[in-house]
Design a protein around this ligand. Structure first.
Ligand SMILES: Nc1ncnc2c1ncn2[C@@H]1O[C@H](COP(=O)(O)OP(=O)(O)OP(=O)(O)O)[C@@H](O)[C@H]1O
Ligand SMILES: [Mg+2]
Length: 280
């Protein structure tokens, strides 16, 4: 396919170590289409964060290739362009906020890119509006809730106008309200803003909302497809220490008992419908 914004080819990676290095990425081939929303799920230590760091050249492959908009991430002369194209959001918002005022924090990225001040002003306003934090632009970030801080961190990345945002468990430190705010923001960026999203998550319900779900285990991709399809691979997912959404799990148990129910219910409503049809 030609519209891939990110492409990995037989990507291998080992962290430098004494003795035999442990293979962390073991032949990952992925194409991420521009404008898509891809979730990445995997057990602890499966290599998700290591993969994420390859997508904007924080790490470089030990073997194979990573291309961002056709640029080889190992090409040092392309580093700035690559970092402009793919923005990265991490787990802990406190580690990503650098200024004492929300709008100054958001201006930090574009300032470093050498964007002219008037343009920065416009970008910061736009980014803060996109994450629903414009009203807080003059506030002190440390007084905000976790969800609000993470949205400010996302705005700081958006102000650099990346075409793609990679988020590594951005909701892991948030309460349910913060999680919902941040996920809503992410979906909005993708749907209304056309930003390509790669969301690394531990939460099935978040993964279920992506257009595509990639499952990693032991440095390899073991499943890749629409969440509705991937979550039906109940045994394969359980075998690598992952659970499936409760709705799928319930229907799967019923199937084990010989009942004729579909497995692809991702919402409570769909699950209720399936049970209703069974009973009527
Ligand atoms: N800086 C590092 N140096 C050495 N080994 C590392 C380093 N970072 C990660 N590892 C190891 O690489 C493997 C993959 O780690 P990685 O952080 O990519 O997994 P992950 O899927 O993101 O896990 P988690 O779900 O816990 O975030 C693990 O075995 C981890 O211990
Ligand atoms: Mg990780």
């Amino acid at each position: 396919m030609t519209n891939a914004i990110i492409k990995t080819e037989n990507l291998h990676f080992s962290y430098p170590a004494e003795g035999t290095p442990k293979v962390v990425l073991d032949g990952v081939d992925l194409e991420i289409q521009a404008g898509s929303f891809v979730a990445v799920l995997g057990h602890n230590g499966s290599g998700k964060s290591t993969l994420a760091k390859h997508l904007n050249a924080i790490l470089l492959p030990s073997g194979g290739k990573v291309y961002v908009s056709g640029m080889d991430t190992a090409d040092e002369s392309k580093l700035l362009d690559i970092r402009r194209t793919v923005g990265m959001v991490f787990q802990n918002p406190d580690n990503q906020i650098v200024a004492n005022v929300v709008e100054e924090d958001c201006a930090f990225g574009p300032e470093n890119l050498g964007v002219p001040p008037a343009e920065i002003r416009a970008r910061v306003d736009e980014a803060l509006k996109a994450v629903g934090m414009y009203d807080y632009r003059e506030h002190a970030p440390h007084l905000l809730s976790g969800g609000q801080k993470q949205r400010v961190a996302i705005a700081g990345i958006l102000a650099m106008r990346p075409r793609c945002v990679v988020l590594d468990e951005p909701t892991a430190m948030l309460d349910p309200i913060g999680r919902r705010e941040v996920l809503g923001t992410i979906k909005q960026l993708n749907e209304a803003g056309g930003v390509t999203v790669v969301l690394i998550t531990h939460h099935m319900d978040e993964a279920a909302q992506a257009g595509r779900l990639v499952v990693m285990a032991h440095g390899k991709v073991i499943a890749d497809g629409a969440p509705r399809e991937v979550f039906q691979q109940v045994e394969a997912l359980r075998a690598v220490g992952l659970t499936v959404p409760e709705t799928v799990s319930l229907l799967w148990e019923l199937r084990q008992e010989g009942l004729d129910v579909p497995l692809d219910a991702l919402s409570d409503e769909e699950c209720a419908q399936a049970l209703f049809r069974l009973l009527s």
